[in-house]
Structure formats: C-alpha cells, structure tokens
Design a protein around this ligand. Structure first.
Ligand SMILES: [Zn+2]
Length: 266
C-alpha cells in the first residue's frame, strides 16, 4: 500500500453496518500505521492457501498482528477465503473494532483473533477453521496427539474448548469478547485448541507457521483416524520429541510456504 495511507478501502454504496460500540466511546480507532503491500498480499495469499489445502471452505479466517503496532491486527473483511485479495484486508484494534472508520462487514468471530493477540504476545498469526477431519476430536474423549513429525506442535497437548461450559446453549460462535476470553483460557500456551462441535484454532510466531500448523492439524487428524482403525495403542510423538521436531519445522516450514504461495499465484 502507499505510504501514509490507511488499510481502508472505501467503496460507493458501502454497507450500513457499523462496528459495535464496545465501550470505547463509539469512535473508530486509529490505524497502527501503514503496512507494506507485500505483507497484505501474503496475508491474502494465506487465506487462499488455506482454502486450497482444504482447511477452510466458505468459512474460516486467518489474521496477522500488525507488524509495527502490537495492539492492532489485520484480517480480511467477511469474505469466502478463496476470494480474498490484499484490498480486502481490514485493520482492527484488540477490541475488534475496525480502524479508520472502515465500515465493510467483518467476520463475526474476529474476537477469537483479538483476544488471542491480547493474551499471547508470542503469537503473530491466528487461523480459525472448521476443517472436517479435526471436528471429531472435539466431540469425543480421545485426545488428538501428534502422529508424525510435521505435526510435532500437537505433542504439547491439544485442549478442547466447550463453549457450553460457561455460556450454556449458544449459536456455538465466538462472537464477543467474553467468549474469546474463555477460548483463550483453554488455549493457554498451546499452539492449537479444538472447539467442541465447531472447529479449531491454530496460532504461530509468524504467518507461515500458523498456516503450516492449521494445515498439518487437519492432516494429523486424518492420520490419527486411520491409525485408530487398526486398534491397539498408538506410538505418537512424546512431548520431548514434539518439542525437538517443532523447532525444526518452524524453519523448514518455509519450504511448504514457498510451495503453497506459488500454487495460489503469489
Ligand atoms: Zn467458526
């Protein structure tokens, strides 16, 4: 984007939707500053990668923390992930209000992202998906475990967030700060949290790592279903093996990122 311009992309006939008043006086927060156009292109490409990899379909979203303002984050406006381009990126404060008066409709579940960035200074990117192979592990007592080295990050443990525990019967969506906070409490310091009868969230120290983890959470789920079908114990990675392998993956994951970028025309 051009230096000095905000992330907002105004269009004639924009929706009458306006950000909710969360007690901040009702005014739209200021931008955290200009963001390199290449980063916006990467974030948009991440959205398309997740669609191409079968992690998201018409729903789901990926965000990144603003590179220069830790209390701001960037995410597409409410749009099917495969359709996202750099001009669709919005900027939010941690209350999930759009910056600079951007009135385009946003994802309802942006509070997943805002509350994780508020609580986890180590997290620079967040993916929320409903990837289908993962869903069963949020429904049963069998925990998801790390089946192979690419999914080493799962060896730290995979908690399950049940929204009903605190909020009773709901629409299952994390659509406000309270629900976001409750999710983050269950995520704690882990890279992935499952959401009962809903989906999952993967976080990472950068955008490629979060995408890598979201993709391999889905792949790992498929492998665990397969391994379970043979019966008997499963020789999953230990916590120590997971820690060692994940350190390698954080660097080696760049190869996957480069491949996936090319595949979506970035
Ligand atoms: Zn969702």
């Amino acid at each position: 984007m051009q230096a000095g311009s905000c992330l907002c992309h105004y269009s004639a006939g924009a929706s009458a939707w306006s950000p909710p008043d969360l007690g901040g006086g009702g005014s739209s927060p200021a931008s955290g500053g200009p963001v390199d156009r290449a980063l916006l292109e990467d974030l948009a490409a991440a959205s398309r990668i997740l669609a191409a990899q079968g992690v998201v379909d018409a729903f789901g979203h990926v965000s990144m923390r603003h590179p220069n303002a830790p209390d701001r984050f960037l995410m597409s406006r409410g749009l099917a992930p495969a359709l996202v381009g750099a001009d669709d990126i919005q900027e939010f404060d941690l209350n999930c209000l759009t910056c600079e008066g951007d009135v385009r409709p946003s994802f309802l579940e942006r509070f997943i992202h805002g509350e994780i960035y508020r609580a986890r200074s180590d997290v620079m990117s967040v993916v929320h998906s409903h990837s289908p192979s993962v869903i069963p592990f949020g429904l049963v007592k069998t925990p998801m475990r790390a089946m192979f080295h690419n999914a080493a990050f799962l060896a730290a443990g995979v908690p399950v967030f049940d929204i009903a525990e605190k909020f009773g019967a709901t629409d299952m969506l994390v659509g406000n700060r309270d629900k976001g906070e409750a999710l983050v409490a269950v995520l704690a310091d882990k890279p992935v949290v499952l959401m009962r009868a809903h989906g999952s969230v993967a976080v990472g120290p950068d955008l490629p790592s979060a995408v890598f983890r979201a993709v391999y959470t889905e792949v790992n789920a498929r492998i665990q279903h397969q391994a379970s079908s043979y019966g008997g114990p499963i020789a999953a990675l230990s916590a120590e093996e997971g820690r060692l392998a994940d350190a390698v993956n954080i660097k080696a994951g760049q190869r996957a990122w480069d491949l996936w970028l090319k595949a979506v025309g970035r």
